[in-house]
Ligand binder design. Structure first.
Ligand SMILES: NC(=O)c1ccc[n+]([C@@H]2O[C@H](COP(=O)([O-])OP(=O)(O)OC[C@H]3O[C@@H](n4cnc5c(N)ncnc54)[C@H](O)[C@@H]3O)[C@@H](O)[C@H]2O)c1
Ligand SMILES: O=C(O)C(=O)C[C@]1(C(=O)O)C=C[C@@H](O)C=C1
Length: 285
């Protein structure tokens, strides 16, 4: 059980966690922290938080769990505003899509890495953002990755695990660097491809006509290009190495595909498409 939960950044991810924990009765009180009064009032009106605060330092006093749920690029400045404010027993965690850079940002912002900081990443979301998009069911049956740090407090880790399980998630542990490589492949690369495809088509002269005839395939492939641009800018800037590696790998395969089409090499095309179909059919329902 959590007595006082503080969510800094009450948007899709933080708001959904708050809703799930309130619904399951896992926490007594949820305090939302944000930059503007009106969106915090909306969060309160929607029943996502019990009360809200603009001052992060005042909000975390007396909290037993503090969740950083802003875009990754805001974490260092948020932590700077938390210097000297967290109770000794408070557990600090986050939901960022990148882990190495978040650990560095927390350390830089707070001036130290608290033993009770447990980095976390729910592998669940959607292309809409803001508190209006939050739902209590978002994490039901979905994975959450914890990347506990060497020397971190195991009890804090268990508490963060318990919190996510209460929200309906299945929790796994991973090393920070490995997390960033895996997610660059399965989450970051697909978002960049979807964004680039739509951006590239939108610059064609015939874009009005092209988009009029875009149907199911285009919709399925590009849903995630409607995701929040600030969040994805921050992910690119904070997971540079693994993302560039994946882009290079993908670029080579895209060039190979072009060569096979140019050469009329049907066998090569068939083998690429068969391997892709078998792989997707095996891993996705
Ligand atoms: N959207 C997804 O699918 C998804 C999934 C998993 C993890 N994440 C991660 O979760 C985090 C939040 O993403 P989201 O989709 O909920 O975004 P969101 O835009 O819905 O919510 C972010 C909230 O943070 C607030 N915020 C921004 N800067 C702030 C600051 N300096 N101080 C206080 N509040 C601030 C915004 O006003 C907003 O309310 C990101 O780090 C993202 O990488 C997103
Ligand atoms: O379903 C979506 O819309 C998502 O993009 C969610 C998604 C992903 O699966 O890539 C996006 C970013 C996250 O950090 C975790 C999950």
């Amino acid at each position: 059980m959590i007595n006082r939960l503080v969510i800094i950044g009450v948007g899709l991810v933080g708001g959904s966690l708050a809703l799930a924990l309130r619904q399951s009765g896992y926490c007594r009180e949820v305090i939302g922290v944000g930059r503007d009064r009106s969106s915090l009032q909306r969060a309160q009106a929607l029943g996502v938080v019990d009360r809200s605060e603009l001052d992060a330092c005042a909000a975390v006093r007396g909290a037993d769990m503090v969740v950083l749920a802003t875009p990754v690029g805001a974490i260092e400045s948020v932590c700077r505003s938390l210097r000297g404010c967290l109770d000794e027993k408070a557990i600090l965690t986050d939901v960022g899509s990148v882990k190495g850079a978040v650990v560095e940002a927390v350390q830089a912002g707070l001036g130290m890495l608290p033993a009770r900081f447990v980095p976390a990443h729910p592998i669940a979301g959607r292309e809409r953002s803001g508190v209006e998009a939050a739902t209590a069911e978002l994490y039901q049956g979905r994975r959450v990755i914890l990347t506990p740090l060497p020397g971190g407090d195991p009890e804090a880790c268990e508490s963060v695990r318990g919190m996510w399980e209460a929200a309906g998630a299945v929790v796994e542990n991973m090393a920070v660097g490995h997390h960033d490589e895996v997610l660059a492949a399965t989450s970051h690369l697909p978002h960049l491809l979807a964004y680039t495809l739509v951006s590239s088509l939108s610059r064609l002269d015939e874009q009005e006509e092209i988009f009029r005839y875009a149907a199911g395939g285009f919709r399925d492939f590009t849903r995630i290009a409607s995701s929040d641009p600030v969040m994805w800018r921050d992910i690119c800037l904070h997971n540079k190495g693994p993302i560039l590696d994946m882009l290079k790998h993908f670029g080579r395969d895209l060039a190979t595909l072009g060569e096979a089409i140019d050469a009329g090499d049907g066998d090569r095309l068939l083998s690429i498409f068969q391997r892709a179909k078998q792989t997707r059919d095996r891993f996705c329902d």
